[in-house]
Design a protein. Structure first.
Length: 441
């Protein structure tokens, strides 16, 4: 998603205990081969990114893109499956078959409706097209990791689960990630497959390499519906007007004093209703987005919103015997949470960043990681490298320059978390698939 990070914490020094492990990994000849794969195959990664961006994935209709991604992952020695939420799951087996997986995910969906024209093009190192960065960059990084591990013959101790997940954007309400963690959430959505046991989740979303999204920004989204009998602006004058009530409620909501610590925000994003300038409308709706790092603040603002709408409807009716009906419907919720400072995932990531010379910052945003973080489980969201801009517009762009550093970061982190058993420095088996000369697309 297009997120605007807030409340950065200064980078902290990694715990000394993780540094030797990272240094040992970085010196491993097998890891050098993985890094070399990233350098040699940037053109192919960019071609993949352009191709998958050209496959539409409008809200609640990600299945075509999921199928296309499955076709690209199929030759890489992965076990493919899907679940009831439309997630694409690709398992790379580890030496410890029953161990919890290290999951790497990238969301499939975009914000663009089905009729949106998708014209993808390249100019020098820049790629252009709606969704090319969010989340073409994340999906390209996901494929690059899977392809590099396949060609280089990577075998980790714990299994790896590559996930193309659904429902990250907008009203998708993180449905793919909710289903992935359905056991912990007690989800009732039926599924023939058992939920995977996940030790840690690394969500790859958008561009960049210097942020660590480990603080989940909570949000609640509401649709307010106000209805009345309606009528003619002249002959039915005095009939309660839903738009007047909505305007009064929005005015009061805008005057609400919100705390700066923890930071809490309220936004009215859409309003709709009425049929004619000379008609009293029968119905009006508006949508409200409330965000905070503190779940208690979200509940407080919700209580204020419900009271303000009720009071506004009563005031708009005045002395009329007619009344306005209203509803405040919860249409989306993203829970807040934080990754513990001493977690293995955060400690490992800081050690990797120190090894690669990345000056990363801990940030707060709303991403797929919200679900596991709200459950006190280990998760982060990281960028897929390069630079991006114009997200959620038809003029979105992604600059491939610098992508390799992010891929190195993701690879080192994955190997550190999953375990990379010692082996000799012999070259990869010639029977393994070679992606350097033929196009997997």
């Amino acid at each position: 998603m297009q997120f605007h990070p807030w409340n950065p914490r200064k980078p902290e020094r990694p715990r000394p205990g993780m540094l030797p492990e990272v240094q040992s990994l970085a010196a491993d000849a097998r890891v050098h081969r993985i890094f070399d794969w990233f350098a040699r195959n940037e053109r192919r990664i960019a071609e993949f990114q352009m191709s998958i961006t050209g496959v539409p994935a409008p809200p609640f209709a990600e299945q075509v893109r999921a199928a296309w991604l499955g076709e690209q992952l199929s030759p890489l020695g992965l076990e493919l499956s899907g679940d009831a939420a439309g997630n694409l799951l690709a398992l790379r087996k580890g030496q410890q078959a029953d161990a919890p997986v290290i999951a790497l995910s990238a969301h499939l969906d975009t914000v663009f409706p089905a009729a949106t024209p998708i014209a993808v093009r390249r100019q020098d190192s820049r790629l252009f097209g709606p969704g090319i960065s969010d989340n073409g960059a994340g999906l390209a990084a996901l494929w690059a990791l899977a392809a590099a591990f396949a060609e280089c013959g990577v075998v980790t101790a714990s299994p790896l689960l590559f996930v193309g997940n659904t429902g990250e954007e907008g009203e998708g309400n993180l449905r793919g990630m909710r289903h992935l963690y359905r056991t912990q959430l007690g989800s009732a959505l039926p599924d023939l497959l058992p939920a995977p046991k996940i030790a840690a989740l690394v969500a790859i979303d958008g561009a960049g390499v210097d942020n660590i999204i480990a603080l989940a920004l909570g949000s609640r989204r509401f649709e307010v519906v106000i209805e009345g009998p309606g009528g003619h602006s002249w002959s039915d004058y005095g009939t309660p007007n839903p738009i007047v009530a909505a305007a009064a409620a929005i005015h009061e909501l805008a005057r609400l004093v919100l705390p700066e610590h923890p930071r809490t925000t309220v936004n009215v994003g859409t309003i709709a209703g009425g049929t004619s300038v000379n008609a009293i409308p029968e119905r009006v709706t508006f949508r409200v987005d409330v965000r905070s790092s503190d779940a208690r603040r979200l509940k407080e603002v919700e209580q204020h919103l419900r009271r303000m709408v009720a009071d506004a409807c009563t005031e708009a009716a005045g002395s009329s015997p007619l009344r306005l009906a209203h509803q405040v419907l919860l249409v989306g919720e993203r829970p807040a949470g934080e990754l513990a400072e001493d977690s293995r995932l955060l400690t490992a990531l800081r050690a990797v960043d120190a090894q690669l010379g990345i000056g990363s910052e801990l940030m707060r945003a709303s991403t797929d990681a919200n679900i596991p973080l709200s459950l006190n489980l280990e998760a982060v969201t990281l960028g897929g490298g390069g630079r991006g801009g114009g997200a959620h517009t038809l003029h979105e762009w992604f600059d491939c320059a610098g992508r390799e550093q992010a891929l190195r970061r993701l690879a080192l982190l994955t190997l550190l978390l999953a375990g990379f058993p010692a082996a000799d420095d012999s070259p990869p088996d010639s029977s393994r698939p070679d992606f350097s000369q033929k196009d997997p697309l």
